[in-house]
Design a protein. Structure first.
Length: 452
């Protein structure tokens, strides 16, 4: 929640504003936007960091309900300024279409986090929950700190000093601050509210689930769902997160230059990629649910939970891409409202239906809340792009290809389930290539058309 307040909304704003700068003053204006964003983000993050550090005991006792969480919270508070500053610089690079630098810093962050955690565990061998949590948070702090230092180094060495001096800025820091605050406020509020409501949801689930007649079995199922099944479902969507982030500066830039046809093509391509990924994931998880859970966890019974959740993939993955499109259009208030409504619907389903349906209420709530977010987003986006036709076309083609691939692979007497999975992938790839989906994603169709 603290990160949502200090950095998440500002990062998206910096990316969008940077992409909108004209070519003549692009560098100087972009750096002015970055300076303004750093000033706002660092001021907020330092204040919240201090507040969090000196009130860690209170938060641990009354919110976490475990005083042992005070030490990890104090340690975690130290990385907030580094997270905030690093996020602003990453937003600048994304807006400038230099996606490689944020990607490298993220990989570096994860590497530092894992190496430092392994080293701490090996040297100190924490023997209590408090010390183990503290070790984990030290790894987080080191990862964020070194990621910021690397990102700052990228900024310093990649900036053309002579171009910056030659091209005078056409915007002031104060005007940038006003723009950033007006755009980042609803975004940060939306994400902070979502974080808060998600925390409420996580607190409610075990309480309402305990009222279910088969509460012991249901609680075990929820543990399996949140710790094992959901990570499987979310894994393919990590690629779409990168697509969503890239859409914002790409579409914003083209709309600024009035290249509406290019912006339209970018949106269509992102929808095509989302359809190809989500349909493949949905059918794959549904057709091989028990087999996947057996291979990954040696628990084939988890397939009974994975199978209904597989049908959620097209909605869930579409939501990620649509959020990127709406952010590029500046529809931050819409995202705020739909996010709140979606979370409230999920909480309502958990509160009223979970004592009657058990873990099935969680799955039903996920369908209802995601649909409540996706449908209005499609309606809003269709006012600016021909998105409805693209959705119907690509989801139909990809869905048919995925179903056919799964059906044929299951009929083949290959003997080994791994071979069946690979065979499904090959048939699906052939299907999306034959229907033109693959060429739309990669841009080969447009390239060939230009040569003609």
């Amino acid at each position: 929640m603290c990160y949502s307040i200090t950095a998440s909304g500002i990062t998206t704003t910096v990316s969008k504003l940077t992409a909108e700068q004209t070519k003549e003053n692009s560098l100087s204006n972009s750096l002015t936007i970055l300076k303004a964003a750093l000033g706002i983000s660092l001021s907020l993050s330092i204040a919240i960091s201090i507040l969090m550090y000196f009130n860690a005991g209170f938060a641990a006792e009354y919110f976490i309900k475990d005083i042992r969480g005070a030490a990890p919270l104090k340690i975690l508070s130290l990385c907030l300024p580094f997270m905030a500053a690093g996020s602003c610089i990453k937003g600048y690079f994304l807006g400038r279409q230099n996606n490689i630098f944020p990607a490298l810093s993220q990989i570096f962050e994860q590497a530092v986090r894992m190496i430092s955690l392994a080293a701490i565990m090996a040297v100190y061998s924490p023997d209590t929950i408090e010390s183990a949590c503290s070790a984990a948070t030290v790894g987080v702090v080191l990862g964020e700190t070194f990621s910021f230092l690397l990102t700052a180094a990228f900024l310093f060495f990649s900036t053309d000093k002579s171009e910056y001096i030659k091209n005078k800025r056409s915007i002031s820091v104060s005007s940038c601050c006003k723009k950033i605050i007006s755009m980042a406020l609803p975004l940060s509020a939306s994400r902070a509210a979502s974080s808060f409501l998600m925390a409420v949801e996580n607190i409610l689930i075990p309480l309402r689930l305990s009222l279910y007649p088969k509460s012991t079995d249901a609680l075990s199922q929820y543990g399996n769902l949140s710790g094992m099944v959901l990570p499987l479902v979310h894994f393919p969507s990590s690629m779409l997160g990168a697509v969503s982030v890239s859409i914002i500066p790409a579409v914003s830039k083209q709309r600024t230059y009035t290249n509406k046809s290019i912006a339209e093509a970018t949106v269509n391509r992102s929808i095509c990629f989302t359809a190809a990924t989500s349909c493949a994931a949905a059918v794959f998880f549904y057709a091989f649910s028990n087999d996947i859970c057996q291979i990954v966890y040696s628990m084939p019974e988890l397939g009974n939970i994975l199978k209904p959740l597989a049908l959620l993939c097209p909605l869930m993955y579409s939501q990620i891409t649509l959020n990127g499109i709406l952010n590029s259009l500046g529809k931050h208030f819409h995202l705020f409202i739909t996010g709140i409504i979606s979370s409230l619907l999920s909480i309502g389903t958990i509160y009223f239906l979970m004592p009657l349906m058990g873990i099935s209420a969680f799955i039903a709530g996920a369908f209802i809340s995601t649909s409540a977010s996706v449908v209005p987003s499609v309606v809003i986006s269709s006012k600016y792009f021909k998105i409805k036709r693209a959705i119907l076309k690509y989801y139909f083609l990809c869905g048919m290809c995925a179903i056919l691939a799964a059906f044929v692979s299951r009929l083949m007497p290959l003997g080994n389930i791994f071979y069946q999975m690979c065979f499904m992938g090959l048939i699906y790839l052939a299907g999306v290539t034959f229907t033109g989906v693959f060429s739309e994603i990669t841009g080969f169709k447009k390239l060939n058309h230009k040569h003609k």
